[in-house]
Write a protein that binds this ligand. Structure first.
Ligand SMILES: N[C@@H](CCC(=O)N[C@@H](CS)C(=O)NCC(=O)O)C(=O)O
Length: 201
């Protein structure tokens, strides 16, 4: 059975959990308390030298890190990843956008505000995180103003990847008031068959 090393409040972990649930794939979930350094123990580092969850263990020889790589692996051959070359590349475009322009700003703001608290250094960096996070939300708003989903008019792993931290962006101090298309899209994602909340293990 697949094993997922995970941390319940993590949006990166949630992406994988959500897709596994929606695909109806059984898995064992192993909670790793990142706040207590459990991803930095010799045992965990022997599984993922980058010391981070999510980590999908497929077999004793095969382990995959990086949430969006795991989504791509699991979605292959399913409706969550289009078959056409152009659409697959478009999915990747949004997965990379999520990791470069969205997650480092929106997820990090949330982590600082909700989980570890603001010290002087983080407070100083927060302003730029907020500015760049809002810029990412504006890109999403513009795209979604004319579409129901990110790629191919259908629910794909691009939506899952972007939903994970957008739906909890308020916990990182972001106000979605000026992003009506994003808010409608969040509702659309929430109503997909088999949807589970981030709090469901
Ligand atoms: N780019 C990675 C980021 C993974 C990541 O930042 N994981 C965090 C939790 S969301 C973590 O494990 N942090 C623990 C640590 O850095 O020690 C992904 O998308 O999976």
């Amino acid at each position: 059975m697949l094993r997922l090393y995970d941390y319940l409040p993590s949006g990166n972990g949630y992406k994988v959990r959500l897709l596994l649930r929606q695909l109806g794939i059984q898995f064992e979930r192993v909670e790793v308390d990142i706040l207590r350094g459990a991803t930095r123990t010799p045992d965990f580092l022997s599984k993922n030298s980058n010391g981070r969850i999510p980590l999908l263990e497929i077999s004793s020889e095969e382990r995959l890190a990086e949430s969006n790589a795991i989504l791509f692996y699991l979605a292959e051959g399913t409706a969550f990843l289009p078959k056409a070359r152009w659409q697959r590349a478009k999915v990747l475009e949004w997965l990379f956008f999520e990791q470069y322009s969205h997650e480092p700003n929106i997820a990090t703001s949330r982590f600082w505000i909700k989980f570890v608290g603001l010290n002087d250094e983080r407070r100083a960096a927060l302003e730029q995180k907020q500015r760049l996070g809002y810029a990412a939300l504006a890109v999403m708003e513009q795209h979604l103003a004319e579409r129901a989903f990110f790629v191919a008019d259908t629910y794909t792993i691009a939506d899952i990847a972007l939903y994970a931290y957008t739906h909890v962006a308020h916990e990182g101090g972001f106000d979605l008031g000026l992003y009506p298309a994003v808010r409608l899209w969040l509702e659309r994602i929430r109503s997909q068959p088999g949807h589970v909340p981030i709090t469901a293990g």
